[in-house]
Design a protein around this ligand. Structure first.
Ligand code: 8ID
Ligand code: ZN
Length: 351
């Protein structure tokens, strides 16, 4: 039975504070499902939303969260069984909905849809017991997959998997992961390994170093200790020429202005992280004579989601995560703000 009220983490204004309180349960529209969220990952994007870091307004009041795994408990009248079944395990992603009719959606670039709805940003997200999503956009979670461990795959996993595809790096080549100890970075190492790539991890601190070794990276470069990142990253590749691709998944600007210097000639810098008010920088001369490519990448489409979940279901992806209660979200944000999280935090949503 669906209750009329539920627990949620709500902000009334940008900057917070978070209020853990009871609010009404929403009803799904004709093409939507109501999902009883069991677990939700906490992405750095949720903290950017709370802090108003980006030049795009959030809805207010706002319930954040966009890595939600749960069970479909109700659906709109246009949702048939072949779209989404009651009782099915599904994932709510950053891309809550897109029109599926515009030129971008027609070509499977759903994230570029001008009418896209964003979970935990322009519509309420998964830091609540019952969340709404477009039935055609939820991920179908394969049977037997644990809902806590899959949660981070729904944003972090899909995003880095897509980014690795966009990098064009081929099996046997090397990818530098900048921000490797964070949520996206940890999963980037796992997906890269599953795709037959070598990885070089760049981040800071002993916890993150240990994590990156467990994730399978051949080298760890501590950006806070290195006196010459460019030299150290290049030196970590066998021939000293630098990685074939660099995935920028850090939440600070500095590496977005360095990566072009150590990526290999003909290599690709993939820009994924979204630090506040940041700019990408590359020296024209070196970039041209190295023929490098700078490619930006934004979450993934529905098929990227299917593939990223399938990698997990096949046992190829280990997600390093810790679980805390929904009410403890402020503590998670504090740790994230201090850069103290190795891997991901997943919130257990109360039953
Ligand atoms: O679709 C997209 N493009 C997309 C999807 C999801 C998330 C983009 N993001 C963005 C987030 O909004 C955020 O800006 O990716 C960024 C990383 O998200 P996250 O992995 O959830 O954040 P985290 O867990 O806090 O990890 C960030 C890591 O970056 C490291 C930190 O130490 C941390 O481990 N880092 C920083 I801050 N500065 C660094 C530097 N100079 C650095 N690592 C290397 N060099
Ligand atoms: Zn995210």
């Amino acid at each position: 039975k669906i209750p009329s009220e539920q627990w949620a983490q709500v902000i009334d204004k940008v900057g917070g504070p978070l209020q853990y309180k009871k609010i009404p349960v929403a009803k799904p529209g004709p093409e939507e499902v109501l999902v009883n969220v069991k677990y939700s990952g906490v992405c750095h994007t949720d903290l950017h939303a709370l802090n108003g870091d980006w030049p795009l307004d959030v809805k207010l009041p706002l319930i954040g969260g966009h890595e939600g795994a749960g069970i479909v408990v109700a659906r709109g009248e246009l949702v048939t069984d072949d779209i989404c079944k009651i009782g099915e395990a599904v994932g709510i992603k950053w891309l809550n909905d897109s029109c599926l009719s515009c030129t971008f959606c027609q070509q499977a670039d759903e994230p570029l849809c001008p009418n896209a709805k964003l979970s935990g940003y322009t519509v309420d997200g998964t830091f609540q017991q019952y969340a709404i999503a477009s039935a055609r956009h939820v991920s179908h979670i394969p049977e037997g997959v644990p809902l806590d461990e899959i949660a981070p795959v729904l944003c972090a996993g899909i995003t880095v998997y897509k980014g690795l595809k966009e990098s064009g790096a081929r099996p046997g080549q090397t990818v530098g992961i900048v921000g490797a100890g964070g949520g996206l970075g940890a999963l980037a190492q796992q997906y890269a390994k599953a795709m037959g790539l070598h990885t070089i991890a760049i981040d800071t601190g002993d916890d993150k170093k240990k994590l990156c070794e467990e994730m399978g990276s051949q080298a760890f470069i501590d950006f806070a200790k290195s006196s010459d990142i460019t030299k150290d990253v290049k030196a970590a590749t066998k021939d000293g020429l630098g990685p074939h691709a660099v995935l920028l998944v850090a939440a600070s600007e500095k590496p977005f202005q360095q990566a072009a210097e150590y990526v290999r000639p003909r290599g690709t810098v993939v820009v994924i992280g979204l630090p506040a008010k940041a700019f990408i920088r590359a020296p024209v001369f070196e970039s041209v004579v190295k023929m490098i490519r700078i490619q930006c990448s934004y979450v993934g489409n529905r098929q990227d989601g299917v593939e990223a979940l399938d990698f997990f279901a096949r046992g190829l992806i280990k997600v390093p995560f810790k679980t805390v209660e929904l009410k403890d979200l402020p503590k998670v944000y504090d740790l994230m703000h201090q850069g103290q999280i190795a891997g991901r935090y997943v919130l257990k949503i109360p039953d």
